[in-house]
Design a protein around this ligand. Sequence first.
Ligand SMILES: Cc1cc2nc3c(=O)[nH]c(=O)nc-3n(C[C@H](O)[C@H](O)[C@H](O)COP(=O)(O)O)c2cc1C
Length: 166
Amino acid sequence: MRISIVYWSLTGHTAEMAEEIASGIRKEGVEAKAFNIHETVSDNEYIESSSGLIIGTPVYLASSVWQIHKWLEEDSKGSNLSGKLGGAFATAHFAQGGADTAIMDLLGLMLVKGMVVYSGGGSFGLPIIHHGPVALDKVGDHFDESREMFRIYGSRFASKAKDLFS
Ligand SMILES: Cc1cc2nc3c(=O)[nH]c(=O)nc-3n(C[C@H](O)[C@H](O)[C@H](O)COP(=O)(O)O)c2cc1C
């Protein structure tokens, strides 16, 4: 079983958290590969053969970036995303900067694609991850302190993918 992570990252924060999620997925014995669509062309065959797809975005103007929309509208066309488990994450400056709005935007796009969205919600207790994990780069040490939460999110996501698809 494999899970793909697709993200856009200009200054590296979203990329770093994508790798944390990938390491959490691998802890569950599931293969994971992350694609930075700012630098690479996504491997649509790999994505097509994945049971899950997690999408990450920096928050720009309290929203997800247009490059992710373009990827979903055009560049992902080679892969059928319907029925895959979907999740979303974001990095942002501030708690009130709109990360939840950005994540909900991505989850909505996944519904349009026929995906099955998942975050774990509050079902596992701490750390609570209602819509998807968020790391803040302008709030004390929040960014580095969030790394473990992203790994846990990856493990929970992989575990749900195994429940559903193994
Ligand atoms: C043009 C622009 C707009 C941004 N808008 C927001 C915003 O609305 N809310 C917020 O909290 N952070 C905002 N940020 C901060 C980024 O979301 C944050 O630094 C993020 O971690 C960058 O991700 P990256 O390093 O993967 O490119 C903005 C940054 C830029 C460059």
